[in-house]
Design a protein around this ligand. Structure first.
Ligand code: F3S
Length: 390
């Protein structure tokens, strides 16, 4: 990969160890994927924040970066952590709280903003065609497909390195020729809810494994449904972009999704028996939009939730603030509005949660392994009705 003289100097260590190691990461990545150059980025979004998923190993690396004065050069934001604001105080072993605190402090020292959300695009929407370095698969696919920004699905180290250098290697989704649809997906199934969009994503991700699907006949196009579709696609496949709307001009391979397949996929996302009651109803994977919060407040409509079931609504602090009247109404029902984390990246089993009901196909897909929990997968309205049942 070609490096400018300034980039060469960084690689030679003239600007210190932190920038040198970050440049090494980017140069290695660029060489591996055949990039010709580094390009400036508008923002970086960094995953690998939750102590539950991160563990101890990377803490020393983060410490070394801060000791060598690493600072983000672009707008850099953080994915959810393992511990939410307020609600989880003292619920986990002291060591977990201390380590999570350390991780957050280290990132903050590097000027990475602790927004602790997987939906950074609600805080600041990237400009059209902006080049980004976003980790968090659900955010990267949403940025490419819905917001029409340009990003690879970064790993945690490469997103952090890109934040500190302010650049990313120019390959993959940063190049127009790699952003074209590769498979036309004809949907013969009815998409009735956001859960159906999620099930569709799980199914197509599994069938395709990689590539860029074009979805024929996606209507109505609500961004919250597209968010569920993208998060699920990126869970079962190495898929970082999808298209919809105007049909591709080129002839590409075709795939048909039938009603039966979609229903079976949705059914398989529930692992709990039909009589099982959830301990937790979890909404907000990916973190809720303002529109979703409003919808939840309307469905709950001031009723009280069953006190044997926990209802968690996960969102960002930013959306919580913007949705204040709806948040107040939701909290009055007994539901918890949780920021900075989500059910998947926290230790739900320590909280005694064995069965999770959710409208998120991504959560339903991961919870049996990451949360050691049984799942019940259903649309939002059904999830909320379950939480309200006496
Ligand atoms: Fe976000 Fe947690 Fe889902 S980080 S995408 S809410 S698994």
């Amino acid at each position: 990969m070609y490096l400018t003289r300034e980039e060469e100097r960084i690689l030679d260590g003239e600007r210190g160890w932190a920038e040198q190691i970050c440049m090494q990461i980017l140069a290695k990545l660029g060489d591996l994927f055949g990039a010709n150059q580094l390009i400036p980025i508008a923002s970086a979004h960094i995953s690998g924040v939750s102590y539950k998923t991160l563990g101890d190993a990377p803490i020393e690396f983060l410490k070394a970066l801060t000791e060598n004065n690493a600072k983000a050069k672009v707008n850099a934001t953080l994915n959810p952590s393992s511990i939410g604001q307020m609600l989880f105080q003292n619920k986990f072993p002291k060591k977990f709280h201390a380590r999570q605190k350390t991780i957050l402090e280290l990132f903050q020292k590097m000027h990475v903003k602790p927004v602790l959300t997987c939906t950074p695009y609600y805080i600041e929407k990237p400009a059209l065609n902006a080049h980004l370095a976003w980790a968090e698969s659900s955010a990267a696919i949403y940025a490419n497909s819905v917001l029409k920004a340009w990003t690879n699905r970064e790993g945690s180290p490469s997103a952090l390195a890109a934040a500190i250098i302010g650049k990313t290697p120019d390959y993959g989704f940063h190049q127009a020729e790699n952003r074209k649809a590769t498979t036309l997906v004809k949907i013969e199934a009815k998409l009735r809810s956001e859960a159906d969009y999620g099930a569709l994503g799980i199914l197509v991700g599994k069938k395709l494994q990689s590539g860029i699907p074009f979805f024929q006949g996606l209507k109505p196009l609500e961004n919250d449904c597209l968010k569920q579709l993208g998060a699920a696609l990126a869970s079962t496949g190495n898929i970082n972009m999808f298209h919809y709307g105007q049909m591709p001009k080129e002839e590409i391979e075709k795939m048909v999704i039938t009603q039966k397949e979609l229903e079976q996929t949705a059914k398989n996302l529930s692992t709990a028996g039909s009589e099982t009651k959830p301990d937790l109803v979890f909404i907000g994977c990916p973190h809720c939009s303002l529109n979703e919060i409003k919808q939840i407040a309307q469905i709950l409509n001031g009723q009280t939730i069953n006190d044997s079931i926990r209802l968690w609504i996960c969102t960002s602090r930013h959306i919580k603030q913007r949705a204040a009247p709806y948040i107040e109404a939701i909290q009055k029902t007994g539901a918890s509005i949780i920021t900075d984390t989500c059910a998947v990246v926290t230790w739900t089993h320590i909280l005694g949660i064995n069965t999770i009901m959710t409208n998120s196909a991504k959560t339903a897909y991961y919870a049996p392994t990451l949360n050691k929990a049984q799942t019940i997968f259903a649309p939002l309205e059904e999830c909320l009705k379950t939480a309200l049942q006496p």
